[in-house]
Design a protein around this ligand. Sequence first.
Ligand SMILES: O=C[C@H](O)COP(=O)(O)O
Length: 264
Amino acid sequence: MTWEEYQILHRQALEILHMEWPQFFNGLQVHKVTETWQDDVTQIPAIIDHTALKPDTTAYIIEQLCREAIKYKFYSVCVAPCWVELAASILRGQKVKVCTVIGFPHGNTLKQVKVYEAAEAATIGADELDMVINIGALKSRKLKLVFEEITAVRETIGSKPILKVILETSTLDNVEKIIGSLIAIRAGANFVKTSTGFTGGGATVSDVRLLRWTVGGKVGVKASGGIRDLETALTMVRAGANRLGTSSGVVIAREFFNKKGASL
Ligand SMILES: O=C[C@H](O)COP(=O)(O)O
């Protein structure tokens, strides 16, 4: 997609937001969209959320995930809520953060359930929460519902835990991706994130670029789902990602350190 094509989609998204929900624009500061994005690609492991979210993940896998995160200096481990306490206890005193998921993977549970899950997760040690947006509501243009859910989570957890909103981009058209991102920013999200890795498609370069163009430089973009090697990781960062979610972190980190000729 070219910059000109993007701008047409951005205008369409704003028109839909205005039509469906005029109050959305009260106080909204639409940032000046910048065409280019550059980030530091020299520290790939340090922006990886080292992820194990499969239903059959065991305590042993979580312990191993935490050990790997310390060894390769990943940003965080991303685990299901039931493993937050264990991960937090292993990582106490370490730089590696604990990230968990809310309303995962489908995003179609009740708002109250997401709020409760987020509050509990933060209490037991989660530093970062990756919350799945209500995809069906977004596609039905029930935009207030989408917004209220993210706002409710943000207000409940307070300002400290990092809140990432998973859009599940492979299920959305481009205008929906822009609308979802604008709502997420307005509701206080710190990041927009492409995918759960559980519903078919994962991160694509064009989606990452589109999200970066939409959120500007102050909000993060996490690319996730299907990132299996260093080249893909680098491509995502060049497109605008400043965080990567992947269950292939060790493969990517080994490639990275081999290439740099650095020892751990
Ligand atoms: O949130 C991150 C994803 O679940 C990771 O997906 P992946 O297993 O395709 O790397």
